[in-house]
Ligand binder design. Structure first.
Ligand code: ACM
Ligand code: ZN
Length: 461
């Protein structure tokens, strides 16, 4: 594990306790005092959350809902939303919501009012008092995400659970998992086990080129589908939806090393690259590629309950398509000399595969640049604020994440390790990002679903 991820984790860990109090708390007379009999109680549907909370508060879950001295979670009728109501009375604390996600948000609001030891799961000492009051709050944005690049650097299940846990303390509700890139394939595909079994490892006898000069050491890993199901469940209890990304049709050097036939039909120049074939894009003209993609995306759609599947679309090196006789012939058939039209074609075919399985595509902003891509998609605007403007102006649901404000692998100061290609900034810039002050019109703002931080795990030197 490289130190930047640990730095990010510790940033998240330390800042959790510094979160603001829940939205306007209306004070009431008196205080609720934790005592030896304080327990948790919950409606049936919220019992898993009560057991979750029990680990933080160090109190048992009681079977019946009645009685004083309890922290009570109630599921209320109404349109499911992430809103909650937190009531602190002298003889009970009640969190009411119309969905488990809302109740989870209410629990986090309660935790923030308690001594910080609550996050260390050390229990709440008897005698701890909370001033009475009522707070009702709801998130402003439905999408509050974090992206983690587990492709470049392998992140093991326990570390990923810790990451999910820390995100959940910050009311982040989407984890965008970057599962496949040039340097690694991290999810088991049962119909093509070689993708993860070979593509999940670099160095040694792996065809996937290593970094850090680790030529002799083989290293890496991947999530089995069973492990991923347990992660999905772990995250869901914490109101986090895992959105998988398979980055296509570029950033695909890893799968190209495992399945060389997917690449374009020309001999690569490996003389100047010490033998490494750097072709990173799928050949658009090779019809068998779509059969393989159908099988991969079929399993991804089956495994992940999330309604969106992220299919990448960023930074495609289209020069490869211009060198490929098959792709050139295809451009001719499509009546274009612009290789970006091939990307539009490729992405639409993927979108159709997802639609046939009841899923929608999520893409990086380049995939929506021409404006032809389906409006069923969600666009992640990473390249610039301008790219987010453009996506919202075209009517795409947009997640705002311009790299100069949302890429946490950038260094925060010159003294710190990290990249600086997007900017040098700290989390203040992220938290202060206000689209209304950045020139988004009211009409564009209606297309803003929310925001996403990103943590890429590439080497920096
Ligand atoms: C990206 O940073 N290429 C999404
Ligand atoms: Zn080609």
């Amino acid at each position: 594990m490289k130190s930047p991820l640990l730095l990010l984790l510790s940033f998240l860990a330390f800042s959790a306790a510094a979160q603001p109090a829940p939205g306007p708390m209306i004070p009431r007379e008196g205080a609720f005092v934790f005592g030896p009999a304080t327990a948790l109680a919950a409606d049936e549907a919220l019992l898993p959350l009560a057991h979750y909370a029990a680990e933080y508060l160090g109190r048992p879950v009681r079977q019946q809902m009645t009685g004083t001295g309890a922290v009570v979670l109630t599921l209320e009728p109404g349109e499911p939303s992430e809103a909650y109501r937190l009531e602190i009375a002298p003889d009970y604390i009640r969190i009411g919501a119309t969905s488990p996600g809302g109740a989870f948000n209410g629990l986090q609001a309660l935790f923030r009012l308690l001594p910080p030891e609550v996050y260390a799961q050390q229990g709440i000492p008897d005698g701890t008092a909370l001033a009475c009051g009522i707070a009702a709050d709801r998130p402003k944005y439905s999408y509050r995400g974090m992206m983690l690049d587990v492709a470049r650097t392998w992140v093991e299940v326990p570390m990923l659970k810790r990451f999910i846990n820390l995100l959940s303390y910050h009311n982040i509700n989407k984890l965008h998992l970057h599962l496949a890139d040039d340097d690694g394939w991290r999810i088991q595909i049962k119909s093509h086990p070689e993708l993860a079994e070979v593509g999940g490892f670099r160095g040694g006898d792996s065809p996937v080129a290593p970094v850090y000069g680790k030529w002799s050491e083989k290293y890496g890993g991947y999530y089995t589908q069973d492990e991923m199901r347990s992660l999905i469940e772990y995250a869901a209890l914490r109101n986090i939806e895992i959105i998988p990304e398979i980055d296509l049709p570029g950033h695909s050097r890893c799968i190209g090393s495992v399945r060389p036939e997917i690449r374009c039909n020309y001999p690569p120049d490996t003389v100047t690259t010490a033998g490494t074939d750097y072709r990173s894009a799928w050949c658009v003209a090779r019809e068998e590629n779509y059969v393989l993609l159908e099988e991969i995306l079929g399993e991804i759609c089956e495994l992940f309950p999330s309604p969106y599947i992220h299919i990448g679309g960023d930074e495609v090196e289209v020069a490869q398509w211009k060198k490929c006789p098959d792709c050139r012939a295809m451009m001719k058939r499509l009546g274009t000399v612009n290789p970006h039209r091939l990307q539009d074609y490729f992405m639409e075919r993927l979108a159709a595969m997802l639609a046939a399985r009841g899923k929608r595509p999520a893409v990086w902003n380049e995939a929506a640049a021409s404006g032809t891509f389906t409006r069923a998609s969600r666009v992640h605007g990473w390249a610039s604020v301008g790219a987010c403007h453009a996506a919202t102006a075209k009517g795409y649901r947009t997640v705002i994440m311009p790299s100069e404000c949302f890429y946490f692998d950038m260094r925060q100061t010159l003294r710190e390790e990290g990249h600086s290609w997007a900017s040098i900034f700290d989390a203040r810039r992220t938290y202060e990002f206000d689209p209304a002050a950045r020139g988004f019109s009211d009409r564009q703002l209606r297309h803003v679903e929310g925001f996403e931080g990103a943590f890429w795990t590439e080497i920096y030197t």
